[in-house]
Write a protein that binds this ligand. Structure first.
Ligand SMILES: [Zn+2]
Length: 65
């Protein structure tokens, strides 16, 4: 299970996918959504809706549901 590089929180598949999608495609270390929001100075909510949008677009970095 991947954990956040900064706070050590366990990461969901979505958080790993989002990091790969918006930060680095080949990333091996990741940040959780709260830490990512802090890093980019954006609301967590924006990142979460971004995940939903990528999922709806069928992005393969996200779990197919
Ligand atoms: Zn974190």
């Amino acid at each position: 299970m991947a954990v956040c590089e900064k706070c050590g929180a366990e990461l969901t598949h979505d958080e790993v996918g989002l990091y790969r999608k918006i930060v680095l495609r080949e990333a091996e270390t990741f940040l959780c959504i709260p830490c990512l929001a802090e890093k980019f100075c954006v609301p967590e909510e924006d990142l979460r809706s971004m995940v939903e949008r990528f999922k709806r677009a069928g992005c393969q970095l996200f779990s197919a549901v």
